[in-house]
Design a protein around this ligand. Structure first.
Ligand SMILES: C[S@@+](CC[C@H](N)C(=O)[O-])C[C@H]1O[C@@H](n2cnc3c(N)ncnc32)[C@H](O)[C@@H]1O
Length: 465
């Protein structure tokens, strides 16, 4: 028996009170409450906030501790934005895309893909600056005509640090895969803003686990699923630019469960890996493999899924307890074979030391126990990281994790003779990395950059520190 002190009706009354006192009246009036449920893992009550008359669409959640204190609540601005996104008359992403598509294939008009390609080739036409360079030049002009901006100066400085004695802008020959080493780096900021600051093709493996939509109440920050997918598209497009030709991107991701908001509604599973695939394909990654990370049985029971079926065994009610996650393996698209990356590698001895000797995973099912860290709720098991690094990188490579958390990927990369680039937007996690990665044995210096690069609230512009 759980000692949760309050009854459902007490929690409802507390939540109603929070609505009245914690929100502007028009916003409170637009909301209703879902069914309060006790969450044993988080040790608190969880109450969904739903639009009045639309009980299936949560727009936020209140958490109430066993003594009746509201311990977590969404920002009113985020609730308002989510309500706006649900307002009737707003086309969904799919509807909008379909409309766009049918416009694009109208007779006489080039299709979207053709148009994009034409745009791209125009953009890289000799003598014409690329979009990114042009945008940057525009920005620097806007700041102080004739004078290098702080950012440009900083960037030149950084590039010099990467390749001392060399001019900042260098021509990367296609056949040259000996990229200058990027020093170990940990950056506080939004990866979509940070990564464009890095030279293109400068890391040799990306391994990451993006935030799982709004799955954990402590990071439920996306307005809706479609804006979450747009966010992933921007983040992975930046990864694509900094990843070297023909090298690998490995993404740890899973479908997530969106809890039901009341007894009369059902929980939903969002198929993130399957929605992510077309996005990665569009960006320019080629699908290579799906590896299943299987956790010990019992690992998924705390989510409550499958308990009902276990009790009453009704057909149609079957829901397996999820004990797996995916590792999706992609390669940056190129016409060259993987063999090209190996044959042209500049350090034969590093390649020799990176041979995968002895035991290895012969199938795509990897059995591993999840890990925990006092400073972060969802960390990689070190063993998972070391397998990915072992199979998909070479000693001396730079491993990038754009959603670094407390930096497990960096810690393991360093222990395996690789370098790391880690980006994390939360200061508390960045500070854990400062403590834990600042004094790694046998690793070169680590550059900690806490300038906090981020995007503006409307996601339109990079805001610089
Ligand atoms: C699933 S966790 C990764 C944990 C990591 N694998 C580890 O072992 O510590 C995802 C992380 O991405 C961070 N994050 C979310 N949005 C971000 C963004 N735009 N840029 C950088 N980091 C972000 C979150 O704060 C969270 O720590």
């Amino acid at each position: 028996m759980i000692d949760q002190h309050l009854l459902t009706r007490d929690v409802r009354a507390l939540a109603l009170n929070w609505l009245r006192e914690g929100l502007p009246a028009p916003l409170a009036g637009a909301l209703a409450l879902g069914l309060p449920e006790w969450d044993a893992r988080l040790d608190c009550w969880r109450v969904a906030l739903v639009p009045a008359g639309q009980p299936r669409q949560p727009v936020g959640e209140l958490q109430v501790d066993r003594d009746g204190a509201v311990i977590r609540a969404p920002e009113p601005a985020l609730i308002a934005e989510r309500l706006k996104a649900l307002a009737p008359g707003k086309p969904t992403r799919v509807v909008a895309r379909k409309a766009e598509r049918s416009k694009a294939v109208a007779p006489g008009k080039p299709t979207r893909v053709v148009a994009r390609k034409a745009e791209r080739s125009k953009a890289v036409a000799p003598g014409k600056p690329t979009r990114v360079v042009a945008r940057k030049a525009e920005r620097s002009k806007a700041v102080a005509p004739g004078k290098p901006t702080r950012v440009v100066a900083r960037k030149a400085e950084r590039l010099r640090a990467v390749a001392p004695g060399k001019p900042a802008r260098r021509v990367v020959r296609k056949a040259d895969i000996a990229f200058p080493p990027v020093p170990n780096k940990v950056v506080l900021g939004d990866c979509r803003a940070v990564l464009p600051e890095f030279p293109p093709d400068s890391v040799q493996l990306v391994f990451t686990s993006p935030p799982y939509f709004n799955a954990k109440p402590e990071c439920a920050e996306y307005v809706d699923y479609s804006s979450y997918l747009d966010f992933l598209e921007q983040a992975f497009a930046s990864c694509h630019t900094v990843l070297a030709e023909g090298r690998f991107l490995v993404v740890n991701v899973s479908p997530v469960l969106v809890r039901r908001t009341s007894r009369s509604t059902a929980s939903k599973r969002l198929p993130i890996p399957f929605d992510l695939h077309p996005i990665l394909d569009r960006i320019g990654f080629e699908f290579i493999d799906d590896i299943i990370w299987r956790k010990p049985e019992g690992a998924g029971w705390h989510l409550g899924r499958g308990r009902r079926f276990a009790a009453d065994r009704q057909p149609l009610q079957y829901k397996p307890v999820t004990v797996t996650e995916y590792l999706l393996v992609y390669r940056k698209k190129t016409d060259r074979l993987i063999d090209w990356n190996l044959r042209n590698h500049p350090d034969r001895t590093a390649l020799e030391r990176s041979l995968i000797r002895g035991e290895y995973d012969k199938t795509n099912v990897w059995d591993l126990t999840p890990a925990s860290h006092a400073g972060h709720p969802a960390v990689f098991p070190e063993e998972l990281v070391s397998r990915v690094i072992r199979y998909y990188s070479i000693e001396g490579d730079s491993v990038l994790d754009p959603f670094a958390g407390v930096g497990t990927a960096g810690r393991v990369a360093a222990s395996m003779g690789r370098r790391f680039v880690l980006v994390e937007k939360r200061r508390d996690y960045f500070e854990v990395m400062q403590r834990e990665l600042g004094k790694l044995p046998n690793t070169g210096p680590v550059d900690f950059d806490d300038l906090q690069y981020r995007w503006s609230a409307d996601d339109a512009e990079l805001v610089r520190p």
